[in-house]
Design a protein around this ligand. Structure first.
Ligand SMILES: *Cc1c(COP(=O)(O)O)cnc(C)c1O
Ligand SMILES: [Zn+2]
Length: 430
């Protein structure tokens, strides 16, 4: 029997037995099957690999009960994560169960009916990357790695450094050297080896791919990418649970490499297949910054390939010019009658302000992109007022302070009534 764990208890105060559902790594292109190791890509066609599960023996009612009695974060979804049978130790940085808030004032401003904001800044290192890193670091430990590493646009750096510290693993974190200062500080503090590359993310990623072949390290988004990506499915599961085991009509989420966006779709498909939720896939709308919009451009051109771009945008966390999962993101948007749109830097700043002023949530530039695209779709009349829309806010505003620095003025006064009244007019006498 699965016992209820009181809220706030850290995961796995009891030992939990994990499912046997995880089967193999399979090539997304040719289907070739590989053992569950640290593999980069398909040896026959160089396609990306994905974890395959066998959920055929699972009973939806039993599974739902087990999930609800599980821990208060992503490990409640362990049956859908890529781990072999066995007991797992507690995770002191367990991410997940972030707030899903009904944003009526935002909906009203945009002329929409029902809008929900999934605030994934409310994770241990303040971005959705805690989900993917928690899974990848657990897998790295299972596979016997002693050092973890990553190629990052910022948030991944924060998460890898923190989760490695908590797990007692060595870490190397590679970033473009011109990253936001807040993201560099929120990485270095954990005692990682922080390496700033004079180049953009795509240069960083190329170097890391070379290093991964040279060093016995677990690069969470290179040789462990197939496992890492699975962590994003938990965002979909949580949304379904928080909506009372129902689906939204439309999803609006950011696209960098396209991994998170694609896995939101995969997570929902899995639960539809098993019968944990009923209905059909929501309409998937992707959001990119105009200054780095290879996927939005391919969508607009009706193309299946994302032509690489040189990023130039304030949304640095989304600045991937050559997105690995771009084609799959295009597929998902097209097959659900969705869209992939982009917004410029001013629209990103406006998106940050709009979200802050209507919900009290302060997002980083990536969230400005997402809200900016939501506003654009609303303006186009693309969203029916009867729809239930979920918007994914994936990172914290305090990490990209430059984006709002000149957007308001402080009233500076002397500590006297006179000085206050000179600035704001005297009080009315009754
Ligand atoms: C990494 C990241 C994403 C999504 O990245 P994908 O590579 O598309 O999975 C979205 N928002 C923020 C803030 C991120 O750091
Ligand atoms: Zn292949």
């Amino acid at each position: 029997m699965w016992e209820e764990i009181p809220p706030g208890t850290s995961a796995h105060s009891q030992a939990e037995v994990f499912s046997l559902a995880v089967e193999s790594l399979n090539c997304k292109e040719c289907g070739a099957s590989y053992e569950l190791g640290a593999a980069f890509f398909c040896e026959s066609c160089f396609g990306p690999l994905e974890v395959r599960y066998d959920h055929s023996g699972l009973d939806a009612v039993e599974l739902k009960r087990k999930i609800q009695a599980g821990s208060r974060g992503i490990w409640r979804y362990a049956d859908f994560l890529p781990f072999a049978e066995g007991e797992r130790p507690g995770d002191p940085l367990e991410p997940g169960m972030t707030p899903l808030v009904k944003a009526d004032r935002l909906a009203e401003r945009l002329g929409l009916g029902e809008v929900w904001v999934k605030n994934d800044a409310a994770n241990p290192t303040h971005s959705f990357k805690d989900r993917v890193v928690a899974v990848a670091v657990a897998k790295a430990k299972e596979l016997g790695f002693e050092t973890v590493a990553c190629a990052s646009t910022g948030n991944l750096a924060n998460a890898v450094a923190a989760h490695a510290a908590a797990a007692g693993l060595d870490s190397y974190v590679f970033v473009p050297s011109d990253l936001e200062e807040q993201k560099l500080l929120a990485t270095g503090v954990y005692g990682t080896k922080l390496v700033g590359i004079r180049g953009n993310y795509d240069d960083v990623n190329r170097l890391c791919t070379e290093l991964a072949a040279e060093r016995p390290w677990a690069f969470v988004n290179v040789n462990l990418r197939a496992y890492y990506a699975e962590g994003s499915k938990t965002l979909a599961y949580e949304t379904i649970e928080q909506l009372g085991w129902t689906l939204p009509d439309r999803i609006v989420g950011p696209i960098a490499s396209g991994s998170m966006f694609t896995k939101l779709g995969r997570g929902i498909s899995e639960w539809l297949e098993i019968g944990l939720v009923e209905g059909e896939l929501p309409i998937f709308c992707g959001a990119q910054a105009e200054g780095c919009s290879p996927v939005a451009t391919a969508f607009a051109d009706g193309s299946d390939v994302c032509k690489p771009q040189k990023p130039d945008t304030i949304a640095k966390s989304l600045a991937i010019g050559d997105p690995a999962d771009g084609p799959y993101a295009l597929d998902l948007a097209r097959s659900t009658a969705g869209a992939i749109e982009s917004v410029d830097d001013d629209e990103i700043r406006a998106g940050i302000r709009l979200l802050a002023e209507t919900t009290g949530i302060f997002t980083e530039t990536a969230g400005g992109v997402t809200v900016g695209v939501l506003a654009k779709l609303a303006e186009q009349g693309a969203i029916d007022p009867g729809e239930r829309v979920v918007v994914y806010i994936t990172g914290e505003g305090l990490k990209t302070l430059d984006a709002v620095r000149d957007s308001f003025q402080m009233h500076e006064i002397d500590p006297t009534l006179e000085s206050f009244e000179r600035e704001f007019a005297p009080a009315q006498v009754a």
